[in-house]
Design a protein around this ligand. Structure first.
Ligand code: SER
Length: 321
């Protein structure tokens, strides 16, 4: 990896992955891109940033060529709840963007990282210890784009030799950039309420167990997978990776150990509850462990302690928004 392009660099994963890759490769080597939101000072001051709409294949090809890119981390995507509200737009952005990225990668010899998700599974998938290779019948448009994306990446590898690799991320928790329009977002919003001294109104009901991961582990996963020896990878796209799983009340209980008067109430959003109910509780990530040495660092307790230590600074900067 010498010259890297990140799409969706102002998003939840991108805003941290960009800085991590710049630490490793140097700021100038990592071109951050986004469609709408201006980059944070941390991103705009540490290396190049370009405005780029991934659904515009010509503009994408031009950026890749101008910056001599050889690796694309393609993060631009609509998340599950937003996608469900705008299914046609979700297909256009998630699939149209990926198709453009893969074509540019084929024509300009780039490697590609593609983040899939727990959403690539559906209600017919085994929920506990969800195997790496299993029934995948997602019922959300977001999940359909993620599963199609995994298959398309595998196709481009087999058919054209494009070095595509990817993981199935669980819900991601971070104190840097808020997610937007996801079903697992409650696990970030809960910390904002707890630190603001407010009760948290959870949009998922008690007992909703989902796989989750702290952002430093998610960043490490993307970097390690792209560095891994090609010959050890048999799955390539859609590696299950997991770090912890919990229900809303279990997460609230751990937060309460630090903030004893914190309370959680339930105000269920039927759309996001249906989405969550269709996803696994705990993925089996042994293929990733075996093939490229995946190993998370943060447990639930460690993640909560770290979030409560760092999030107040982010909230102060944003004026508690
Ligand atoms: N965090 C995502 C979402 O909730 C799942 O990949 O949409």
């Amino acid at each position: 990896m010498q010259r890297i392009l990140i799409t969706g660099a102002t998003g939840q994963i991108g805003s941290e992955l960009t800085l991590a890759l710049r630490d490793i490769h140097g700021g100038e080597q990592v071109v951050a891109s986004g469609r709408k939101h201006p980059p944070s000072p941390a991103i705009s001051e540490s290396g190049p940033f370009v405005y780029l709409d991934v659904t515009n294949g010509k503009a994408l090809a031009e950026v890749v060529s101008r910056h001599n890119i050889d690796t694309i981390f393609h993060l631009a995507s609509l998340l599950s709840a937003t996608a469900e509200a705008h299914p046609q737009l979700a297909w256009h952005v998630n699939m149209g963007g990926l198709t453009n990225v893969l074509e540019v990668a084929r024509q300009q010899s780039c490697a590609v990282f593609f983040p899939s998700s727990i959403a690539a599974f559906g209600p017919t998938t085994p929920k506990e210890h969800t195997p790496q290779d299993t029934l995948q019948q997602p019922t959300t448009i977001y999940g359909i784009t993620k599963l199609s994306g995994e298959l398309l990446c595998n196709y481009y590898f087999r058919r054209f030799g494009v070095d595509c690799r990817g993981v199935r991320y669980p819900g991601l928790i971070s104190y840097v950039t808020k997610p937007g329009g996801g079903t697992t977002d409650y696990a970030v919003e809960i910390f904002h309420a707890a630190l603001a001294g407010k009760p948290f109104h959870c949009f998922l009901k008690p007992g909703t167990r989902l796989d989750m991961m702290y952002m430093p582990d998610a960043i490490q996963a993307a970097i390690s997978l792209m560095k891994a020896d090609n010959r050890t990878l048999t799955h390539r796209n859609g590696y299950n990776i997991s770090a912890m799983n919990f229900t809303p009340e279990e997460l609230a209980a751990v937060i309460r150990r630090h903030i004893p008067d914190f309370t959680i109430e339930y105000n269920i959003d039927p759309l996001r509850q249906t989405i969550a109910d269709s996803w696994p509780h705990s993925m089996d990530d042994s293929a990733a462990r075996k093939e490229w040495g995946w190993q998370p660092n943060f447990t639930l307790d460690e993640m909560v302690t770290d979030m409560l230590t760092h999030l107040p600074k982010t909230m102060n900067k944003r004026g508690n928004k």
